[in-house]
Design a protein around this ligand. Structure first.
Ligand SMILES: [Zn+2]
Length: 318
């Protein structure tokens, strides 16, 4: 598929904000191919051979084999170490002020071009192999969104996913198994304070991105969960997908009885929810309101106050 014939929807925001659910819902729309968190695909898929969302190990998954052939003439030709080096030199939260400039310095621009070139080849291969005109990358990191936004030839649109910082911080303290990895492996945990700082950094950076020429739309997890269909319809419009009304039969029920019927998807890395298929219930996860210690709740509220207020979380309208 030619470069101008597909677009990339990038899900940005702090982890544990519901981006995996959003990605899976988008993946049910006609003409949409979801890839998982591409930022982790190189290490966890290509190198560590962790399981794809379809349940097969990455290198045995036929879909990803075809993508690797189309993008790089086979995964064995890909220099993953080089991608890691480039990532360290351009794709970091602390580089965002440099990446936000209209024309970054020459050295940075060269590395950026090489780094995002790998992503572009991968996206193009995903579009070609799947036959879909829209590719979804749920990498989430604001820094990667900034890197990709510097690549003018890419039709990039960013969905900024936000969730209440207290809910997010509480979620990051919980131990969650990673079923895709061999043996006992768990998702990273953060202290509430670390999660609060990250929440500020990721959301603040995406606010900044919205002031550039890259199209950015904001979606609050708390607005998605009570009314899934309107939220998905609005995302489909943002993505420029034709006639989304006809393709939403996979979402049903009302209020707390809402459900979605999900197919297995070839997602390369991400939250364990990517392995769930069949009919899933969609209801709000507000365990933090009972389980989060008061001291942690107060500290996270204080640290994230300006943006919490900006997103309307202090008005009791969650
Ligand atoms: Zn697969």
């Amino acid at each position: 598929m030619a470069l101008g014939d597909f677009k990339v929807i990038y899900l940005g925001g702090m982890g544990r904000s519901g981006s995996t659910l959003i990605e899976r819902l988008l993946g049910e729309l006609p003409g949409v191919c979801i890839a998982g968190e591409v930022v982790h695909l190189w290490e966890r898929g290509v190198v560590a051979n962790e399981r794809c969302g379809c349940g097969t190990e990455f290198r045995s998954c036929e879909f990803w084999s075809r993508v690797g052939d189309s993008a790089f003439g086979g995964w064995s030709n890909l220099d993953v170490q080089r991608i890691a080096e480039l990532r360290a030199s351009v794709d970091r939260t602390r580089f965002i002020p440099l990446l936000a400039r209209r024309s970054p310095a020459a050295g940075l621009r060269r590395d950026l071009g090489e780094y995002t070139g790998y992503y572009q080849r991968l996206y193009q291969a995903l579009a070609t192999v799947s036959g879909c005109g829209t590719v979804v990358d749920s990498s989430k990191h604001a820094s990667l969104a900034f890197c990709l936004s510097q690549r003018a030839e890419l039709d990039l649109r960013v969905v900024h996913v936000v969730r209440d910082s207290r809910a997010v911080a509480h979620s990051w303290t919980r131990q969650v198994r990673r079923p895709e990895a061999p043996g006992e492996s768990f998702m990273t945990t953060y202290s509430p304070l670390r999660a609060a700082r990250e929440w500020n950094a990721q959301n603040g950076a995406l606010q900044l991105l919205a002031r550039t020429s890259t199209p950015v739309t904001l979606l609050r997890y708390e607005d998605l969960v009570p009314a899934v269909k309107p939220a998905v319809r609005s995302l489909a419009n943002f993505a420029g997908l034709a006639a989304p009304d006809t393709g939403l039969a996979f979402i049903g029920g009302e209020g707390p009885a809402q459900w979605a019927q999900l197919h297995p998807a070839h997602t390369a890395a991400g939250n364990p929810m990517r392995f769930t298929a069949g009919r899933i219930a969609i209801r709000s996860d507000d365990r933090w309101q009972q389980d989060m210690p008061d001291s942690a709740r107060r500290a996270v509220t204080a640290l994230t106050l300006p943006l919490l207020n900006h997103y309307g979380y202090l008005r009791g309208t969650q």
